[in-house]
Design a protein around this ligand. Structure first.
Ligand code: XMP
Length: 497
């Protein structure tokens, strides 16, 4: 990575800078914004089609955010202020939302009555309606699908009375392309895969295959089985390893050891245990802000590192504990070490506008994590509230009193033991309702594309290579924002200072 002059000089003088202290210089460009490639990386094996990850916070990421963000090409990290069972269910909802190949389809027995099947769907929150039907020998005898439920006017009937029989099946190992062709030809929406004894070994759903085959899901961030990607936060110690076990069972793509101080013994111990136990699952660790910490974590096996101590919009760590490092210098110093070893850095917290995304990536981050910039969207957890006639949603720090009271996940993040004697490191607030995530992300990625166009960078690698900065003064920052005008209309990508 080319040296960033403003950051290098500041570093030599013992200064640390953050987003508002710099702006990128423009350079010769042959790139139009729509031509640039914005793919990023969260960890060694988890790629991103847009370099945006949602924060593991209880007012930011549950399955709704994770599903929509993965569909837009990013990644959601499900927070850990939930029991391990609930968090695993949230992960399952993302993984089951869009199944190229359903490894373990939910089956029912022919002797089950419709009422109990509907109750199970409700209880488990299934958002699908197609179930292979098995006999007592667990052999496939039929299929229950949307139509069968719709035309059934007596819930006491058994699955065998309402199911569709004579169904199309294929052997396991059939390729996605072959499965798609058979289903299309026979006009079947579901294709159970069976062994020689007619036992179910998997299932394809036509609409999912169509999306994969026709490329209409080009923007989706999916795993090798065509399922949306999702990450989940865990803490440290035995309970974290137990939690990880449940998450891995549901197919989580990446575990995030999410603490306020990633360079600590308990984190290293947990990281090593996770890497030993869950071969093939990436582990991202955070948070840190120094290059020495990055070196140690990579040595211990981290597949990605989250950088950010105290930059967040709801954080008070720097004020309460006096700890932390202005975010841009932190990301730059950490990325210099991590990129040499092929490990991505996620710049976590402190971003206020889309231009900050371009800046974070230009200093070496492979993606950004956002809390405040994604909170308040339709897809973030929690209800919309109306105050003074305007819509808001709650956004709170995971180290705030509200989040730590009653949630061991939050207390653990900040090493707090006694629920009745808490020292918060975050605040609770409200944030303006922003509407649908897709529109918000369109603006954020649009800003990034535009920035890359100005620099003349066709991908993140070139942005890192070519991007250089001027350090700016407070008058420079004032000049950067609209000035000497009263704004009459809100812009979709600018909310003021
Ligand atoms: P933004 O600026 O995107 O920051 O709202 C989100 C990130 O802030 C971290 N976080 C906290 N840090 N006290 C802190 O010091 C807190 O209560 C707190 N809650 C979240 C976290 O890294 C998140 O991704």
């Amino acid at each position: 990575m080319r040296k960033k002059s403003a950051l290098e000089r500041a570093g030599e003088e013992g200064f640390a800078l953050t987003y508002d202290d710099v702006r990128l210089r423009s350079g010769f460009s042959e790139m139009m914004p729509h031509e640039v490639n914005v793919c990023g990386r969260f960890s060694r094996n988890v790629d991103l089609k847009i370099p945006i990850v949602s924060a593991a916070m209880d007012t930011v990421t549950e399955h709704g955010m994770a599903i929509e963000l993965a569909k837009l090409g990013g990644l959601g990290i499900v927070h850990k202020n939930l029991s391990s069972e609930k968090q695993a269910k949230e992960v399952a909802k993302v993984k089951l939302h869009l199944n190229g190949f359903i490894e373990k389809p939910v089956c029912v027995f022919e002797s089950d009555d419709v009422k109990s099947i509907l109750a199970r769907m409700e209880e488990k929150g299934f958002d699908f309606q197609s179930f292979p039907v098995l006999n007592d020998n667990k052999e496939l005898v039929g299929l229950l699908a949307g139509n069968d439920f719709e035309f059934c006017d007596d819930e006491k009937l058994l699955a065998r009375d309402v199911m569709t029989t004579g169904i199309l099946t294929a052997k396991k190992g059939v390729t996605i392309e072959a499965a798609y062709a058979i289903m299309k030809e026979r006009k079947k929406k579901i294709l159970p895969l069976v062994d020689d004894s007619n036992r179910v070994l998997g299932m394809y759903v036509f609409s999912d295959l169509k999306r994969i085959i026709t490329g209409s899901n080009e923007s989706y961030n999916v795993d090798e089985n065509g399922r949306l990607r999702v990450g989940a936060a865990i803490g440290v110690g035995d309970s974290a390893v137990e939690r990880a076990e449940k998450l891995v069972q549901k197919g989580v793509d990446v575990l995030v050891v999410d603490t306020a101080h990633g360079d600590s013994r308990a984190v290293y111990d947990t990281l090593r245990r996770l890497k030993d136990k869950f071969f093939g699952v990436d582990v991202v660790v955070g948070n840190v802000s120094n290059s020495d910490s990055v070196g140690r974590l990579i040595e211990a096996g981290a597949d990605g590192i989250k950088v950010g101590q105290g930059p967040g919009s709801i954080c008070t760590t720097r004020i309460v504990a006096g700890i932390g490092r202005p975010q841009l210098s932190a990301v730059y110093e950490c990325a210099k070490i991590a990129l040499e070893k092929g490990v991505p850095i996620c710049a976590d917290g402190g971003l206020k506008n889309s231009g900050d995304i371009t800046i974070a990536l230009a200093v070496g981050a492979s993606c950004v994590m956002m809390g405040g910039m994604l909170a308040g969207t339709e897809e973030s957890p929690g209800k919309t509230i109306f105050l003074d006639g305007r819509p808001w949603k709650i956004y709170r720090g995971m180290g705030s009193l509200g989040a730590m009271r009653g949630h061991v996940g939050s207390r653990e993040r900040y090493n707090q033991i006694d629920e009745n004697k808490l020292v918060p490191e975050g605040v609770e607030g409200k944030i303006a309702y922003k509407g649908e995530l897709a529109n918000i992300i369109f603006q954020y990625v649009g800003g990034l594309r535009s920035g890359m166009g100005y620099v003349g960078a066709k991908n993140l690698l070139e942005l890192r290579e070519k991007g250089d900065f001027d350090r700016i003064s407070s008058s420079g920052l004032g000049e950067s924002h609209p000035h000497d005008v009263s704004i009459l209309k809100d812009a979709p990508n600018y909310r003021g200072k």
